[in-house]
Design a protein around this ligand. Structure first.
Ligand code: AMP
Ligand code: FE
Ligand code: FE
Ligand code: ZN
Length: 283
């Protein structure tokens, strides 16, 4: 069984439509794919409707969170009830705040003489999608300023760079609780992805585990090898599940479908913990 539990479509910052994404997953030889767009469930129905025979779909969300210390944390929520009021309200707030945040970044870039306009960014943003820095990157690619999203992130869009602005993110402890209230199963995405900024401490992971965290995404290209060994030990100590996934973003990132995978036993444990009534969709 080839199981990839983290991927993005155009409903956030991936480049494939949900229907294209599930077709690509089948073509890549996956048996199970999780769709985990940033802060939205808007792609769920289209992905489920287009599911190829032989592929199973785990419905999920990647929730933008922050620790009390201001560290950015991404929480994967598997099989949550999307109508659960607390979770839905926080996700709406994140999505709504992402647009003015992007506008602020672009306004500062424009004021600084960078070759970009807000219109160019809007042109890259599919209607109803969760807006993010990759859409600014796409505008810079489109106008030939950079060759690929990567280049924009290495320079103008870097979280430590001159134009970075934060957006509303859900307090991490609350997010773990809200995902459980919604009957979902919370797993921390790429916990040691240091290229994205500061990463969370073992103490923070322990606190989140006490609040209901189910697992850690250990096998992810952004977790360095030595960090993976540490995370595996931490997961064992805290009785957390260990997952692996690609974090595929279509042509927007180098990550390839199925490059890291999750065991069938772990997927079974995740599904067994879900309480929402949202089921794995089989094609
Ligand atoms: P934001 O959520 O708006 O702060 O943007 C962060 C998103 O940008 C993450 O979800 C990543 O998927 C994406 N991202 C980060 N680094 C890169 C990169 N080097 N190339 C392409 N996309 C990236
Ligand atoms: Fe992303
Ligand atoms: Fe992420
Ligand atoms: Zn992701």
């Amino acid at each position: 069984m080839r199981i990839d539990l983290h991927s993005h479509s155009r409903v956030s910052d991936g480049t494939s439509t949900p229907a294209e994404l599930v077709a690509e997953a089948a073509a890549a030889g996956l048996d199970v794919l999780a769709l985990t767009d940033h802060d939205t469930t808007a792609g769920w129905d289209d992905a489920a409707a287009a599911l190829p025979v032989g592929l199973s779909l785990v419905l999920g969300i990647e929730v933008s969170c922050t620790t009390t210390g201001g560290i950015s944390l991404h929480l994967l929520a598997y099989l949550p009830d999307p109508t659960s009021a607390g979770l839905a309200e926080h996700l709406r707030r994140v999505r709504e705040d992402r647009l003015p945040r992007l506008r602020r970044m672009v306004a500062r870039m424009v004021a600084d003489g960078q070759p970009i306009t807000w219109q160019q960014v809007e042109d890259q943003l599919p209607e109803g999608s969760t807006a993010g820095r990759p859409h600014i990157a796409d505008a810079l690619v489109e106008s030939g300023v950079v060759g690929h999203r990567d280049e924009a992130f290495d320079g103008l869009l870097d979280s430590g760079g001159p134009y970075y602005e934060r957006h509303y993110a859900v307090p991490a402890l609350e997010a773990v609780r809200l995902v459980r209230v919604a009957g979902g199963v919370p797993v921390i995405a790429h916990p040691a992805a240091s290229a994205r900024g500061r990463t969370i401490s073992d103490e923070t992971v322990a606190q989140l585990a006490a609040a209901g965290l189910a697992g850690l995404e250990v096998d992810h290209r952004d977790n360095p090898p030595e960090a993976r060994a540490r995370l595996r030990g931490l997961a064992a100590d805290l009785h957390l599940l260990v997952t692996g996934s690609s974090d595929y973003h279509g042509s927007g990132k180098r990550n390839r479908l199925g490059e890291s995978t999750t065991s069938a036993e772990t997927l079974e444990a995740i599904v067994a913990q879900a309480r929402s009534g949202v089921e794995v969709v089989t094609g």
